[in-house]
Design a protein around this ligand. Structure first.
Ligand code: GLN
Length: 235
């Protein structure tokens, strides 16, 4: 493995991978390859050690039982936590935002410790949030509306060290008002789709953080058309 290959850890795809969230890792790899940046996906399955040497970690969504098993494993094998102290870039989706926080209370009212990577707590909402979401990126983080699909019972409250990723226009996100979280180089969202195929501008932000290099836009008409169609469907 050459030193210049960007390693994308696909974390526990066997537990956390609802709605094709592994596609986020594929998009990162392809968008780098198309710019001549060498990248490879490193799957880490349940029961395996978690390396701390990857450049990007991608964590997907999962139901309550799966995410509880996942957080137990990730607390027992804290490679991801060590990688964060070494400035790794991290994307956490849905169950990801919940397990990255200080704690999460499941729909059965049992509270579990999280990984303590972001200043947040999650609790079960009164209803399940299901449907298309549109949100405006916060703090000019990236351009274009954030589009995705949500399906979660949990609601997330951010503490002062975490910033929202976006402000909700349609849908629920964390709490009906803000969507996702950003803390250092950790980005979280409730959005599936998967989120990176639908939001190439967010994918490129993560790539620029991981490589330390500005990347030129890619002209992919199929992606532009898909985004327009999804945004229209949600409006
Ligand atoms: N189990 C969590 C919830 O329902 C996360 C669901 C998901 O990742 N789609 O809130």
């Amino acid at each position: 493995m050459s030193e210049s290959t960007i390693q994308i850890a696909l974390v526990l795809p066997d537990l956390l991978g609802t709605y094709g969230d592994f596609g986020n890792a594929v998009v990162l790899e392809k968008r780098m390859a198309w710019r001549g940046i060498k990248a490879e996906i490193v799957p880490i399955n349940y029961g395996e050690p978690v390396p701390d040497s990857c450049d990007i970690y991608v964590v997907g969504g999962g139901e309550d039982t799966a995410q509880t098993l996942a957080v137990k494993h990730l607390r027992e094998h804290p490679g991801l936590q060590r990688a964060v102290t070494k400035n790794a870039v991290v994307l956490g989706v849905c169950a990801g935002i919940q397990i990255f926080g200080e704690s999460f209370t499941r729909a059965d009212n049992i509270t579990h410790p999280g990984m303590g990577l972001i200043d947040s707590t999650s609790h079960a909402g009164g209803s399940r949030a299901i449907g298309e979401v549109l949100a405006e990126p916060a703090n000019g983080l990236f351009s274009g509306v954030l589009t995705g699909f949500e399906n979660h019972q949990g609601r997330t409250v951010l503490g002062p060290s975490a910033q929202p990723l976006a402000h909700v226009k349609v849908g629920t996100g964390n709490d009906g008002s803000v969507e996702g979280a950003v803390q250092g180089r950790i980005v979280c969202t409730y959005l599936h789709g998967p989120v990176l195929p639908r939001n190439p501008q967010l994918a490129d932000m993560l790539i620029e953080w991981a490589t330390g290099t500005k990347v030129a836009p890619l002209d992919l008409p199929a992606v532009t058309a898909m985004r327009a169609e999804r945004v229209k469907a949600a409006s």
